[in-house]
Every structure is written in structure tokens, then in C-alpha cells.
Design a binder for this molecule. Sequence first.
Ligand SMILES: [Zn+2]
Length: 179
Amino acid sequence: MTSISHIGTPDHLLAPAAPGVVVGRQRMVPVLSAVQEQRQAVRLGQAVPSLAAAYSQALARWLGDPVLRLAGRPIITECYRSAERQEELYRQGRGKPGPVVTYKRGGESKHNYSPTPALDVAFQLADGSVSWSGLLLSKFARLMKYADARVVWGGDWPSFKDRPHFEVLTSWKGGDGRG
Ligand SMILES: [Zn+2]
């Protein structure tokens, strides 16, 4: 097994304590079912090649690390999103119950393009639950940016932090993403 420490990744990525790891379960590696693996492949296939490559590389490094792989299994929760679904999300917090999760109307988000220059990440834990831990996401963001310097992490945005969100800069659509 190759540890990411051998390829020049900052040491703090190897911190032994990860949030969400239940004592007594910390030797269990979170795994996906065949159906879940297939769903991941479909979502990854929606991404533009540069983003798909960065994600694949970051995922391989994560799974190759003896500590990170126990903390949670990175999963793509969403890549392509229809304009209708985007509009539905936009209405959330603006008349529809729930917090504001996007500032983009239907058709305005990078998730609405196909192929898609944006994807959202979470972590499946050993007990089957899903985590959006900011600490795990920041660790994964390091690996994404390490894989491709064009990767932009929503957690780096100054006002509306969108930590599950990653995108690659594209020349055909100006401005930042936010949603
Ligand atoms: Zn997103």
C-alpha cells in the first residue's frame, strides 16, 4: 500500500484522529455496494474530463491512505443537475422550507451543464451513514487541488461557503460558481 506521505502531501493530512469515526468501528473500512459503485461511476461520467481525472486521483490517494480510508469513503452526491432541479433548490429558503443552499437559478449553475464542470462530495461512513464533515471535506479538497491546480473548492469562497462543492475553471463560462 502506498501512503500519501510518500508523494509529498502535507503531513497534517495524516492526522490520526478523524471526526465521525466511532470507537470500536475504527478498523472497519467504509465500503460501497455494487449498486452504489455503479451510481458513482454514472455520476463521475457526467463530469468534464479534467474534473473526473482530478476526482479519480484524489479518491485513489484517499483510499490508499491507511488513516483516511477508515475515516470515510468519498462519494459524489451530485454532478449533473437539471435546470428544473436547480430551480427547485433555488426556491429552498426563499418560500420553500429549508436553508438557502444556492444562489443560482435554474440553468445558471455549473451543475446544469453537460458535461459538468462541478461535483458535490460527501463521505460514506462505516455504519452506512453519510457525513458532510467540514474537516474531511477540507482534507479531500487538499487532494483535489493537489491533483489539478485548476480545481476550485467551494469551501474557499469568502462569503457563501459551499464545502461539498468542487469545480474546475472553464473558459466558456466566466465568473465563480457558488452553487
Ligand atoms: Zn455543487
